[in-house]
Design a protein around this ligand. Sequence first.
Ligand code: RB5
Length: 150
Amino acid sequence: MKLAIGNDHTTPEMKEQIKSHLEARGIEVIDVSPNTSPPPPYPVSGYKAGKLVAEGSVDGGVLLCGTGVGMSLAANKIKGVRACLCSEPFTARLSKQHNNANVITFGGRVVGLEMAKTIVDAWLDAEYEGGRHIERVDMITVIENGGVVG
Ligand code: RB5
C-alpha cells in the first residue's frame, strides 16, 4: 500500500511521527510537504495529496493541519477525493465502511499523537462495505460532476 501524507506549519513533528507509524505498518509513504520553514500552507499540500489520490498514484491520503479543516476542504475540491475530518476512531472507521473515504484528515492541535495513530489505524483497518452505500457514494460523484441528485 502507498499513501500520501501532508502537513502545514502546525504539524511537521506530528507528520514525521505518523509517517513512521505508517512505515512501521509496511506502508510506503509519499510526503507532499517538504520540511521547509515554514512548510507549504494547507491548500498546497491538500491539493498535492488529493491529486495523487485522484489520479491513482497512491491508495489514499493522510493530511494534518491545526484543525484538519483546511486540509479536508482543500483535498475535497479535487474530483474523486472523499476526505473525512476525524477526531476519533469511530468516525474514521465508518468513513471508510460507509463513505469509502480515500483521505483522512485530523487536527494536530485537536488530537494528541496516540489518538491520531488510533484514528489512522481505524481508517486503514476498515473496508468499504459497498452494498446499500454504493448508491449514496455514487450520488456524491454525481454532485461532483455537476449533476443533480434528489
Ligand atoms: C493555521 O493556523 C490553521 O489555520 C491551519 O493549520 C488549519 O487548522 C486550517 O484549517
